[in-house]
Design a protein around this ligand. Structure first.
Ligand code: AMP
Ligand code: MN
Ligand code: MN
Ligand code: MN
Length: 302
């Protein structure tokens, strides 16, 4: 990591006069984002983001383009991924940060998750056909920038095009969330596999948006323990789906479970009601930012 990451720690050679803008969760057209990797980076630069992680779902194919664009724009790009996981019957997301995308174990694992997405997409389309929505696989595929990576967001955009809802959020409410006609139960990667792939790639594993999971606090504590024992590093404290009181609760959670805190906009594209790149509230006090390690490492290297 470069000295750009000298944030929140004493760095004798390069003290910073301002707080860096760090956003460690964003999507491009390599998964279900609306902007190409290069356009995403340009928008990050326009928004004053210093450090951005590209974390496409189950895919790292956008990282090369993003890295090139980041060099041109002066943004520090953190190569990342967001892996779909089934843990005790619940879908959760594990973000991998600062990964080496050339890692074979990681790439083989992600390819297996992507194959599962194809099977699930066929089943989603069959379920939607049963309620009268035909040809949705073809329709959704038109919205998928990456043919290997088809997700519910692409179905949602197509159903909006069909006039079945005014925005993707409504499609999720009516068709694509649990208990609705287009919802298909799917077995994703195991937690153990996801963390091991990220670690094999030299990265740090982070539990994405924990506030979104419908689990009891006991179950969340079980997840944290298991995750930490597997070698997980952090949790997202600041995420667009978290309320300010959850920032505080999750900061306590970090301290209790000795996990580092991450922050990300989970940006998918302009106009889709997500937080814009870099427009993040500050982390609460008393947590260790996950990027502090990187800063310390780069400071030591001077
Ligand atoms: P998938 O991994 O294909 O099941 O899709 C998950 C993605 O769907 C998330 O990353 C979001 O981009 C999107 N998503 C999930 N729930 C909602 C929702 N309620 N409203 C809008 N988008 C959603
Ligand atoms: Mn998404
Ligand atoms: Mn997610
Ligand atoms: Mn995401």
């Amino acid at each position: 990591m470069t000295d750009l990451l000298c944030f929140g720690v004493q760095c004798s050679t390069q003290p910073l006069s301002r707080v860096l803008s760090v956003d460690l969760h964003a999507h491009s057209t390599a998964s279900d984002g609306l902007l190409s990797p290069a356009s995403l980076i340009r928008r990050a630069a326009e928004n004053g983001v210093d450090v951005l992680a590209l974390t496409d779902h189950d895919e790292t194919g956008g990282v090369a383009e993003a890295t090139e664009a980041a060099k041109a724009c002066g943004v520090r790009l953190v190569p990342g991924v967001e892996i779909s996981v089934t843990w005790r019957g619940t879908t959760i997301h594990i973000v991998g940060l600062d990964i080496d995308t050339r890692c074979e174990a990681l790439q083989a694992g992600l390819a297996s998750v992507r194959r599962g997405r194809q099977t699930r997409a066929t089943r989603i389309a069959a379920d939607l056909a049963r309620v009268g929505i035909v040809d949705s696989l073809e329709g959704a595929s038109r919205y998928a920038g990456n043919p290997e990576l088809i997700g519910r967001t692409h179905f949602a955009r197509y159903l909006v095009e069909c006039g079945l809802a005014s925005e993707p959020r409504d499609v999720f409410k009516r068709y694509l969330s649990e208990g609705k006609p287009g919802f298909v139960l799917h077995e994703w990667a195991s937690l153990e596999s996801a963390v091991s792939w990220i670690r094999a790639a030299g990265g740090a594993a982070v539990i994405a948006h924990p506030g979104r999971y419908r689990v009891t606090s006991q179950k969340l504590a079980d997840l944290a323990r298991e995750f930490r024992d597997l070698g997980g590093t952090g949790i997202e404290v600041v995420a667009p789906s978290h309320r300010p009181d959850q920032f505080v609760a999750l900061a306590r959670f970090c301290r209790a479970w000795d996990l580092k805190a991450s922050a990300g906009s989970d940006f998918h594209g302009p106009g889709e009601q997500y937080l814009d790149l870099g427009r993040l509230p500050a982390l609460p006090h008393g947590v260790t930012p996950i990027w502090a390690d990187w800063a310390a490492a780069s400071c030591g290297a001077h």
